[in-house]
Structures are given as C-alpha cells and as structure tokens.
Design a protein around this ligand. Structure first.
Ligand code: G4P
Length: 538
C-alpha cells in the first residue's frame, strides 16, 4: 500500500460515539445519519431492532436477540466522501462497563441532549470518560420541535454540570413549542422549519438570510427582534468559536435541531464532519505516539463479547485499527501472549448485517473471532512489538457479595470469578478487615450481575448466592496522608481492596466521598485505575 493512499483513507475517516441519556433520541439520530449515508433504506429499521432489544429487561433475552455479531456495536457507512464509523454506547438496561470502554475507541463524541431535560445522569458519566481522554465533544440539542428549556439556560446547564463552555454554531428561533427554525451563525442563514409531524418524514426547509429585508416578515417581527438580541448577546458575552479548544475537548460547539423531523441534522452532520478529527496518533508505551499514517499495522482490543450460547464458547473481540492497513488473514504480534497470531474471520459491521472484511484502515472497527486469547486493552501489530496503554478500570456502581451455593465448589467458583474479572465482565473487591472471607463483585450496569450468575453456572457449573450491598461508588486511593483505618470517614464507608490488592474506599453516597476529601487533607482518590494483567500482578 503506497503511503498517499493510506493517508487519504485515514483523512476521510471519522470514528465517533453518540453519548446521551436514554430517550434523548440517539436511536433516531443514528437512524437519520445512516439514512443520509444510504446504509439503510428505510426509517424505522434501527428503531425496530432497539424496540425488540428493550421490550425486555431480561438479560438473556437481550443477548439472544442481538446474538454474537452485535451488528449495532459499530456501524460503518460513507457520506460525502467520508467513511464514518459510529460506535454504539448501549444505554438502557445494557449500560455497562463496555459502554465506557467503547469511548476509548472513539476519536470524538456527539453529546445528544433532550431540550426539555438538559444534562442528565448517564450523559454526565459518559462525558467524564470523554473528558478524561480530551476528545472533541459536539453538542446536539434535540427535540426542538417541542417545548423545552431556554437555550441560554441549556448553555448554563452544560457549563455548571459538566464544566465545559459551549459555543452555539446555530441558534433556535421561537419559544414554547412554537419552533420556527435555526439561525446559522457561520453563514448568517436562517433555515425555517415547517410541516414537522413527529413522524418519519422530512420537514420543509426554507432558507433566508438574516440580512434579507423580508426576514422579519418571514419569521415574525418579535422573533426577529429576539434573534437579533440573542445573537448580539452571544457575540459579546459568549465564547468565540475556537477550533483549537474544540479539538482539545475544552469547548463544545452546540447545535439545535430535531432528529425525528430531520431538521438541523444534515447541517449538523456536515459541520461536525469538517470540524472533527480524523484518527489521531495514539501513544505506545516507551515508543511515543504512533501516527495512523505509519505503514506499521497496529490496533487494540476494546471490547470482548462472550457468546452466551453454551454450545459455542467462542467470543468476538472488537478491535480498533490505529495505524497502517489491516488485511484479512494477516499474522500479527499479540501483546498479552507475546506471540504471533493469525487473524482469521475478521468481520466489519454495517447497519444491517456484518460483512467479512478484506482490508481496514485506522479508525475502523473490526470484530475478530476470539478462541479465548484476547484480553481487554491488548495490542496487536506487525513488525516490532509495541503496546498501547491499557483500557482503564472504571468505577463500578453496583456491588454484591457473592459466594458459591455449594461450598464444595469454592475452587471452581474462585476460578470462574477470577477469569471473568480478568476478562472485564465484572470487577472484584475484598474487605480485608471484616473477619471472614468474602468476595464482592462490582459492576457498572446491574445486568452484568445476571451475566455473572449465568456464566458461572454455564461455564463453571457453579450456582451462586448474591447479596446486594448498599455501596454505589468505589474510589481508588492514589495517595493517603495516613493508614486508611485512621482516616476520618463516614460510618457507612468501607475500606477494601481491588483484585490486585490496591486500596479502595467504597461509599454509599456522593456526600460521603465529599466528606472524605474535606476531612482528610492529602487524600487523593481516583474514579479509574490501570487494568493490570496477570503477568503484571506476579
Ligand atoms: P434513545 O435511543 O436515545 O433512547 O431515544 P430514541 O431515539 O428511541 O427516542 C426516544 C423518544 O424520543 C422516541 O419517542 C422518539 O420518537 C422521540 N424523539 C427523538 N427525537 C425527537 C425529536 O427531535 N422530537 C420529538 N418530538 N421527539 C423525538 P417514543 O414515543 O418513545 O417512540 P416513538 O413512538 O416515536 O417511536
């Protein structure tokens, strides 16, 4: 592969995730994007699958319906010369640590917000992970066809809750459900909205310049006056559009529109694609950044999907290509086994079906058949071995004390629990000082507990007893001014250690976390920790 070709393929790639709270309109927006790209022909296909998936809160049903290929895990399509990869961030019952890990494979994020709700809980969590990686975040305020909050109030909400300044690229016209359209600050054009019917159809869009003498008539004098006032205020008091800050994740460009009515979606997509980054260099340990244009192929595993069918133990490992060209059947070096492996049966993901992949470029997501060798964060590459920094552990939010029903099966139980936690399905903790041996399983999404129970039974033949614990937060202790037992903590805070023996504090509420900080000067806590492999533990 000649260098210029690789460079061109990298330049046209955009790999991103949509972060939002359930019901903000992620499925609807994704579907509209896929429609533009011609990846689906009919509105409703993504929604139908989602409906099937969420009609049940039973985890086995969810797994059965989506199967091992998980066609929605990553969607690839072409639009205006761009090759777009959208990473799915499961958000309903299947919200889990995988949702966070997926963000590690994205180059940017679209933050979708319901105009009536503002910033919601799950968005905050996902935003934090994006922040950690300093990736650009583009805000789309959705459901503008409906009554919602004042746009200035939404800007304030984003700043006060998330701590990021926003810069509106367009601005809505109309109040209290009487939505007229949006004004694009870059072109000074107003797109007028009419005929929206909360359906699949596209609205009629008429364009008028704000400088056109007919403009006040077209949008109504009072709305025109309000618009002029708003944009003057934005020009004077708002943040300037600053590409450098946007790309560093310090400023979020803000757009308004309506996904169901297809209003403001395409102008958003066009600007998003031109502003955001193509795949950027990733840092390899001891080597430094590796350029995506580098001819050496590198990639890393960010998600492993176990097959829930007991007859098929095979798994699917999701890999992001970071540099060079991936070719089917290629032999690569694999970090955690420190040996060469041949990558057979790669799959790429389309909106409706997965296809076998012949070649892939930086930014692309590939599903690899995994006979059980891959671990989260593994690097694979050609040429001399390199290792990308691993995927961190993210703080679980649900905790259970788990033990085998039959104490004779303790050995299998421990083996299973250890393997599943190494694989990233759960995390484990222990409280060393409670006087009896215990095993605490921690998960980000409560459904992961069902996965644990099911897999321990089907793969290790162990039935378990689960006992919910009241903790909701775990924090790794990075620095402490004194031994943990001597810290001033609330009575409900527990001292524990993670799988590799690192000290953690477990809290029932955020208030206790705050007090721990206030009452113990020099105590430094972290929401994530390095994932350590078995080799590093030894
Ligand atoms: P999610 O994936 O983020 O969970 O959200 P989803 O797209 O499923 O949208 C959640 C609900 O919000 C859906 O309504 C959807 O139609 C609606 N919605 C999405 N975008 C807009 C918008 O721009 N304007 C308005 N008014 N509604 C929007 P539903 O009643 O749950 O489903 P349906 O009956 O519409 O299928």
């Amino acid at each position: 592969m000649a260098h210029p070709e690789l460079r061109a393929e990298v330049a046209r790639r955009r790999t991103f995730a949509i972060i939002s709270h359930p019901d903000a309109g992620k499925t609807t927006l994704t579907e509209k994007l896929l429609l533009y790209g011609g990846a689906i022909r009919q509105a409703g296909s993504v929604k139908a699958r989602k409906a099937a998936r969420h009609a049940t809160s039973d985890w086995m049903e969810i797994e059965k319906q989506r199967g091992i290929s998980v066609t929605s895990s990553a969607m690839q399509f072409d639009y205006n010369g761009f090759r777009i990869n959208i990473l799915d961030t499961p958000g309903h019952q299947d919200f889990s640590e995988d949702t966070y890990r997926t963000l590690v494979a994205a180059d940017s994020a679209v933050m979708l917000i319901d105009n009536a709700k503002g910033v919601e809980e799950q968005t905050i969590k996902l935003f934090k992970v994006c922040r950690l990686r300093s990736i650009p975040i583009f805000t789309f305020i959705n459901k503008m066809d409906r009554t919602g909050r004042d746009p200035f109030e939404l800007m304030e909400d984003i700043e006060s809750v998330l701590g990021i300044r926003s810069c509106p690229v367009n601005w809505p016209i109309g109040i209290h459900g009487d939505f007229k359209g949006v004004y694009h600050r870059d072109t000074r054009l107003i797109e007028l909205y009419s005929g929206g019917d909360h359906g699949q159809g596209q609205v009629n869009v008429e364009t008028v310049s704000i400088d056109d003498p007919d403009c006040p008539d077209k949008i109504g004098q009072s709305y025109y006056d309000k618009l002029i006032e708003d944009i003057e205020l934005l020009d004077v008091a708002g943040d300037e559009f600053d590409m450098e800050k946007i790309l560093a994740g310090q400023l979020t460009p803000m757009f308004f529109g309506s996904a169901t009515n297809n209003f403001g979606v395409e102008p958003f997509l066009n600007r998003f694609l031109s502003y955001t980054k193509s795949p950027t260099p990733r840092v390899a340990e001891g080597v430094g950044p590796i350029d995506p244009d580098d001819e050496k192929f590198t990639g890393f595993i960010f998600k492993i999907q176990a097959n829930m069918n007991p007859a098929h133990r095979d798994r699917l490992a999701f890999m992001r290509v970071c540099s060079g060209v991936f070719e089917k059947g290629m032999t690569v070096w694999h970090s955690s086994t420190n040996s060469k492996v041949k990558l057979a049966q790669p799959q790429t993901f389309m909106a409706q079906e997965h296809e076998s992949v012949e070649t892939a470029y930086p930014g692309d997501i590939i599903g690899l058949f995994d006979p059980g060798i891959f671990r989260l964060g593994d690097t694979i590459c050609t040429g001399s071995p390199v290792r990308y920094s691993g995927i961190p552990l993210f703080a679980p939010e649900f905790f259970c004390r788990v033990s085998p029903e039959d104490s004779m099966k303790r050995k299998q139980f421990l083996k299973g629990i250890n393997q599943l936690s190494q694989e990233g399905a759960i995390q484990t903790f222990k409280r060393p000082n409670i006087g009896r041996e215990e095993m605490i399983a921690g998960v980000v999404g409560v459904l992961q507990m069902d996965v644990l129970e099911y897999r321990l039974k089907s793969e290790y033949g162990v039935d378990i007893i689960r006992e919910n614990l009241p903790f909701r937060f775990v924090r790794w202790v990075v620095e402490t001014p004194k031994p943990l037992e001597k810290l001033r903590l609330t009575s409900t805070t527990a001292i524990a250690e993670d799988r590799v023996g690192r000290p953690v504090l477990m809290f029932e509420n955020e208030w206790s976390i705050r007090l721990a900080g206030e009452n113990n000067e020099g105590l430094v806590l972290a929401e994530t920790a390095d994932r350590m492999t078995a080799d590093e533990m030894e």
